[in-house]
Design a protein around this ligand. Sequence first.
Ligand SMILES: Cc1ncc(COP(=O)(O)O)c(C=O)c1O
Length: 478
Amino acid sequence: MTDPRDPLGLRSDAPMLAAWLDATALAAEGRVLPMCVPGHKQRQDLVGSVVAGDSPFYGGLDTIKHADSLRVDAEERAARLWGADWCRFSVAGSTHGNQALALAVGVPGRDVIVNRTLHKSLLMGLVLAGLRPVWVRPEIDAASGLPAGVAVATVRDALAARPDACGVFLGDPTYVGTVSDLARHAAVAHGAGVPLLVDAAWAAHLGFHPGLPPHAIAAGADAMVTSAHKALPACTQGALVLAATGRLDRARLDRAFEATHTTSPTGSIMASIDAARALLAADGERLCARLIGGVAAARKRIAEVPGAAVLDGPGVEPTKLVVLLAGTGAHGHAVEADLIAAGMPVEMADRDTVIPIPTLADDEDQLAAFADVLVAAIERHRGRPRAVRVAAAWAVEPQPVMAPRDAFFAANQTVPASAAIGRVSAELIAPYPPGVPVLAPGELVTAEALEALREVAADGGRIAYAADPSLATFQVIR
Ligand SMILES: Cc1ncc(COP(=O)(O)O)c(C=O)c1O
């Protein structure tokens, strides 16, 4: 008999899911009187149903003493699926995964090659680990104003210039779905004797259909981080960190992972990662095929709109839908507002770009319905075509003068924007999304960076992590 709470019967291959189903069923029947946390004790008459389904991993899905064997069972299944030999499930997103990987390589003070279009979580990982980034930058495509993957030659040159570097960190695919040649990147990194670590936050589905690029581990990377809540149907915050440990130390990876993970992971997020992995194993290829087909149709429909374009071609992963608006004159924020009003919020919109995130959960009809509403919104806001402006996150040319960690801990002061130019930033400032820092601790505050941030703010974009999001003042090293 099918359990309506597990309609596809995933529990037979998903031990954490099975444990969560059992634990929450017992709680729903009122058959437990827990004398351990969480403090809601499975009652919904206090703060209400907001805590429904919350069962702690330790002490809920299994006893506090024994849940590690359940954890290892599920994580080993994921490791096998990705061809890795080490895996951990995180309830703190790829943010935590990136920081764990940063803590797992090198020693404070060592150089590490990193693409500058990194997510801010990795930059803070470098602060935690005391690594010194040697920035590599992608080519910016003039037609779209968006970054490609990082060229292999760029990383090879950086490694040649910094023979002491202890690793290469790449974000791949990029936020806009462009991919680099990870197999050649891995060969170059390994040729230099260092591991390749990949932030594949958006790419948990890659490698599960012949029409998709291989995932990072299959391409030869030593470790990858991916958000199960992004491309896969897991709960918000669910992420996986995977490694093929020939060049990495397993015990160090575990220590690095545990350093900043909660000791009280919630069972629902953990179980949802396990369930998403089981779904990918059982039916991933069919679901990916449906997604690829739906996105191809949506791309075609949108590209037929006069002035509109989509990112497409061999350097773009096929499930990504990146809509380019400059030729339509429509402003991305106006289009986004219409989409929100229609109940179709998108992941990112700036003046020239709208980025919805189709996933394995979307079928062809849903993607076609989205495309219809999007096209109507573009038509409603159509204006004079304009030239593409490269967004601040992609355009920034950092001028590092101090290691991020040194700057993070240095004494600082708050100064008016005009006095900040030429000083060293103490803070990380990123338009969000995409969360790529325009200013990082240890970098010179330049007139260009300030202008780029002001443009984002003036255009209605969100300036995240700045002590003063109005950008009237900046925190600089004293
Ligand atoms: C490239 C990249 N890496 C890491 C992250 C952080 O992921 P999470 O939200 O799962 O912590 C993001 C978030 O958007 C991202 O875009």
